[in-house]
Design a protein around this ligand. Structure first.
Ligand SMILES: Cc1ncc(C[n+]2csc(CCOP(=O)(O)OP(=O)(O)O)c2C)c(N)n1
Ligand SMILES: [Mg+2]
Length: 350
């Protein structure tokens, strides 16, 4: 594999990790509000898949999508400003964490509804197929999405019409707090796809090289007219499902009364929402970024000093993104109104 691609994938993973950890910090300071679902632990999937796709391919993502946008090439400034709800954000501050959109890079969102990416990918791919273009739609989803009706309806249509879609399931074993064997009758996601005549395989989603290679091969098959393909990437998120709900809509006195009445429940909640300790994380498996960085050093692709430089570079990028977001203006009500009527000229958006 070319050195340039290896280098880019490591940078993407480092940027994603640094960006997300900083987003958590900014959330705690109150600079980001609403839901915030972070990606640490899953970087190898975004970096491996999105580096393998071409500029004219489309990406459809869910609410854990900041890293997908960053790897796709949306500047960190635009992504951070969107998290801050500023007018300079990639969705002009109108979407926030779960609704990022970058038309120029064919990044078709950011969607909050579980399983929603599947029918959207069908629509985009149907447009591509009608025009006979050699483009592919990459459709991300979590393991929780595979029990939604939209998943089955969409896979059926994709299989039937041989649509150019690469489905990528980021199986991090959990849908919020429910482990996969408790929410799926058949926990091997890739096996379920056989019902729709779509080739599917399960791979180690912590191994960026594997993800990249398998994605490239799947894309080639799709471009040769092989119809949709499905990859299940086994991965893990290091943080909780989302940053804790600050619950500012409840009077503090009410919450306190309930907590005092039920100390056991409060203690349980405390346990559920605390982050894992470093030793618990170590048990989860090798960190995907460290494993890949070690691989590059051992194969003399990069020296340790270059990796250090890369880390400093992404840190500067993220710091700059936060300054940019902080200094950007809030969107105005007039802007909100004009975006509501945004497509008044009925442009074709894809
Ligand atoms: C249709 C629908 N039902 C429920 C929810 C609430 N919800 C948000 S995220 C989530 C879990 C999804 O888990 P998964 O698909 O595995 O993605 P992950 O968060 O693990 O990346 C649920 C149930 C929702 N957003 N949409
Ligand atoms: Mg999941």
């Amino acid at each position: 594999m070319e050195r340039e691609v290896l280098h880019r994938m490591l940078r993407d993973m480092l940027l994603s990790r640094t960006f997300e950890e900083r987003a958590a910090e900014e959330y705690s300071k109150g600079n980001i509000v609403g839901f915030l679902h972070l990606y640490p632990g899953e970087e190898a999937v975004a970096a491996g898949v999105i580096n393998a796709v071409g500029p004219s391919d489309y990406i459809v993502s869910n609410y854990r999508e900041h890293a997908h946008a960053l790897v796709r090439g949306t500047p960190a400034r635009d992504v951070m400003a969107e998290l801050f709800g500023r007018s300079t954000g990639m969705s002009k501050g109108m979407g926030g964490s779960m609704h990022m959109f970058d038309r120029d890079r064919r990044f078709m969102g950011g969607y909050a509804i579980v399983g929603q990416t599947c029918p959207i990918a069908i629509g985009v791919a149907y447009g591509v197929a009608m025009r006979g273009l050699p483009e592919v739609v990459v459709c991300f989803m979590g393991d929780g999405a595979v029990n939604q009706g939209t998943f089955h309806e969409s896979l059926n249509m994709a299989g039937l019409w041989r649509l150019p879609i690469l489905f990528v399931c980021e199986n991090n074993h959990y849908a919020i707090g429910t482990e996969i064997h408790r929410h799926s009758a058949v926990p091997e996601v890739f096996k379920r796809v056989a019902a729709y005549n779509i080739p599917a395989e399960k791979i180690d989603g912590m191994d960026v090289l594997k993800v990249y290679e398998v994605t490239r091969r799947a894309l080639e098959r799709i471009r040769r007219g092989g119809g949709p393909q499905f990859i299940e990437c086994e991965t893990y998120r290091y943080r909780g499902h989302s940053m804790a709900d600050p619950a500012t809509y409840r009077p503090a006195v009410e919450l306190k009364a309930f907590q005092e009445a039920d100390p056991l429940m409060a203690a349980t909640r405390e346990l559920e929402f605390r982050y894992p300790t470093p030793s618990e994380l170590a048990e989860v498996g090798p960190d995907n970024i460290k494993t890949f960085a070690d691989h590059l050093i051992n194969n003399e692709h990069l020296a340790e000093a270059e990796i250090e430089e890369l880390k400093q570079d992404v840190q500067r990028t993220v710091d700059d993104a936060v300054v940019f977001a902080t200094q950007s203006a809030q969107p105005t009500m007039d802007a909100a109104w004009s975006y509501l009527n945004g497509n008044s000229r009925h442009e074709t958006l894809i």
